[in-house]
Design a protein. Sequence first.
Length: 402
Amino acid sequence: MTFSLPRLLQRYRHHHKGNVTMVFALSLTALLGLTGGAIDYYSAWSVKSSLQDAMDASVLAGLHRDTDLRAPEASKVFASNLPADLKITPTYATDATTLSGQASYDSPTVMLGLVGIKHLPLRVAATAVGTPGGGASGPCILVLDPTGAQALLVNSGAKIVAPECEIHVKSKASPAAIFNSGSSLEFRKLCLEGSNVIRNSTTVNNLVLSCPTASDSWGPTLPAVADSACTTSNGNFNDATVNLTPGTYCGWFNFNNGAAKVNFAPGLYVIKNGGWNVNGGTWTGKGVTFYFADTSKIQFNSGIAASLSAPTTGTYKNVLFYEKPALSKSDFIFNNAKSNKMTGLIWLPSRNVTFNAQSLMDSDSLTLVINRLIVNQTAWNLGPDSANASTSSGLTNIRLAK
């Protein structure tokens, strides 16, 4: 067999060029993988940051609820803080004072797929912790209308300071609530069943959307009031001092003296077939309950100052205002109250309640259950009524664990 040196060199040259091509191709793949990997890692980091924010929000919201409701609420809050197309199922564990959550996600890659890395595994976790409270922490205000647009309307000038209170709104309308500029709300939590609100140049702290609200646990427990004959029918009160006693008040009554002192003896006041029109004065009553047998109402006008508290014992314990169930919807208006100190439960589920024109309220023990709520130019300081509490965690100072 003979060998040709030029032919062998030519064959080696072709073989050597093939090696260079292969080395270049492999090097290019690695280079693209490394360069593209930076993009994939940044994308994964952004996703993880969003997941962590969602997890933090979820455990904080969940720990405000009773033990058996913590995980469901936390899951809803977690999902509401993620894009709709991102489906991740978190897991939660709770004890008396903490709620811990975690979630995992495989973030898909693009360029790293060239080097065989199809996903980047992500994991987030958070724990919220609370301090056991001495009293109940259910909603101070429960707005019941499930379909009403603007079931909660907070207008300019409204200021409410209630750091231990929650407000729950059952509306799922669009929008369920409107918060206008110039308003200030300080609640422990604003829980809305709906997912759509309008915030007009204002910040609403502790607002949770798609939030499971407390049920109306008060209505079924309220005592029925038997129909009774009228004790007093229609009248005008003009004297400087008015002393009223329990009974059934039928028709319309006008309180005309803006400087009058109106005193209520303890007991039940039934109002029907009309209402009370109050044009100022000072109202004082301890151990009193006002019952509306129909769509009758009390309309407070012109600088009323009221100090009214519910009974602390007996049939109407802790009930200040309430009405006959299943009434047709109607308005209930508070205008220009110089001061209001009301203690107990106000259960008016058929009423669209409006507080207007510098309506002041200072109460460390109040629960308000109504159909809708409009708040205009108010200044309130509220605290929860422990005797009338609905569901709550009983925890205070809820925060993320370090």
